[in-house]
Design a protein around this ligand. Structure first.
Ligand code: BGC
Length: 422
């Protein structure tokens, strides 16, 4: 595969190009978290346990060496609340020191850290109190954010409070209505999180917005220069002819309410993988014959450009966008390159049209724990599950060369040329 050459959109100065992970999915042995407890319940329906994950809790220096060596200038990773506060009010100074070292380690390698404070997992004690449904949730989360500010003071500017609050609220509905673990199971062992007609729990939605605002204030009080936002799952709802109102009603509680809550933020994270078509009776299945990924999602790279345009239109001007996740679960690495180059072309077109995008962080840096299974592989870097040896894939070298070039492939033709080169 050859590096991107030829024309392309010259990236604005300071544009972040890198990759993302989350704590539970890569660290391993997140034993004080509610997900660990859920996975290890005797009646758990989880296909695979997270276990050691990618052992990034110990191997983060190697992960960062690889990412900076590949040519990236940014890395999004998580601080795990369950490690920082394993029991209510009991702060692990060792965990705070660990994450401070990660921040310094990123900066030392030329990687701008983008740090997430909550990525689906909570401390077990927090869940036992009722999680986001607890009347104390906002206050408890803000107290944790104030502690996390100590980590961030090692040199972080971009912090995300909560990852995909819209998915979190949906998971609460799933747990309540189906009494099963969200995002897990299915014969394939792949993530089978198909919300269908389920709606996010409205009370949890309000609680998440409150928690975000409370954490926002706590973080700003600790350091007014922090750039605080949250990251929203952009589902790219496409209305079939005549279904415009149905699609708007569907998108409201599932996505737009979380985007509207970001209007006062310093930035917003866009996470987009595929599209969802909505017909007059609601969500439609993947079109017959369409190519799908290991998670069963339609291969639809242009979702990225559509997602940033949609987010910009709801959030309004003045709130810059970071793409904090975009990628594909596949064992076909050439498909990862073609998918990503088409996604980047759609992003370049949005930038040309004036959408204020400041960075692109691919999901994921590593093959990791996909909430119940290791089968859907999203990584730029493969991880041997026994030795934890890392092996960058061709897609990692390709995307690293895009980052180095300072340009985005911006036409489908240029993208296809990259995808099929070498
Ligand atoms: C989540 C990640 C997940 C990815 C792929 C996003 O919804 O933030 O944790 O691995 O999608 O399913």
């Amino acid at each position: 595969m050859t590096p991107t050459t030829g024309p392309g959109l010259v990236l604005p100065r300071g544009f972040l190009m890198g990759a993302s992970t989350s704590a539970h999915q890569v660290e391993g042995n997140n034993v004080s978290s509610d997900w660990w407890a859920m996975e290890n319940r005797p009646d758990s329906s989880v296909a695979e346990l997270s276990g050691d994950a990618a052992d990034s809790f110990h191997r983060w220096p190697q992960d960062m060496d690889l990412l900076s060596g590949l040519g990236f200038n940014a890395y999004r990773f998580g601080v795990e609340w369950a490690r920082v506060e394993p029991e209510r009010g009991r702060i692990s100074r060792a965990a705070v020191a660990h994450y401070r070292a990660m921040v310094r380690g990123a900066l030392d390698r030329g990687l701008t850290p983008v740090v997430t404070l909550h990525h689906f997992t909570s401390p077990r004690w927090f869940s036992e109190l009722g999680g986001w449904s607890s009347p104390e949730s906002a206050e408890l989360f803000a107290a944790y954010a104030a502690v996390a500010a100590e980590v961030l003071s090692a040199g972080v500017r971009h912090v995300a409070t909560i990852n995909e609050p819209n998915m979190v609220a949906l998971m609460h509905t799933l747990l309540r209505t189906a009494d099963r673990t969200p995002g897990m199971g299915g014969d394939s062992g792949a993530v089978a999180f198909d919300p269908g007609s389920l709606e996010p729990d409205a009370g949890v939605t309000r609680a998440l917005v409150r928690a975000h605002r409370a954490a926002f204030s706590a973080l700003k009080a600790a350091d007014p220069d922090l750039r605080v936002g949250w990251t929203v799952a952009n589902q790219v709802y496409q209305a079939e002819p005549g279904a415009e109102e149905v699609a708007a009603a569907y998108a409201g509680p599932r996505e737009n309410v979380f985007l509207e809550a970001a209007r006062e933020d310093d930035w917003i994270g866009v996470q987009a993988y595929t599209r969802h078509r909505i017909g007059p009776d609601g969500p439609l299945p993947v079109p017959p014959g369409a190519e799908t990924t290991l998670t069963g999602w339609e291969v639809y790279p242009e979702a990225l450009g559509e997602a940033v345009r949609h987010t910009a239109s709801v959030v309004g001007p003045g709130v810059p966008i970071l793409v904090t996740e975009n990628g594909i679960a596949t064992d076909d690495d050439a498909l990862r390159v073609s998918y990503t180059s088409r996604a980047l072309a759609s992003l370049a077109a949005a930038l040309r049209d004036g959408v204020d995008v400041r960075g692109y962080l691919h999901w994921s840096a590593l093959d990791n724990y996909e909430w119940g299974s290791y089968r859907p592989r999203f990584g730029l870097i493969a991880v041997d599950p026994r030795t934890f040896a890392r092996r960058p894939k061709e897609s990692a070298r390709w995307l690293g060369s895009v980052a180095r070039s300072g340009r985005l492939p911006d036409t489908p033709a240029a993208a296809a040329g990259v995808a099929h080169a070498g």
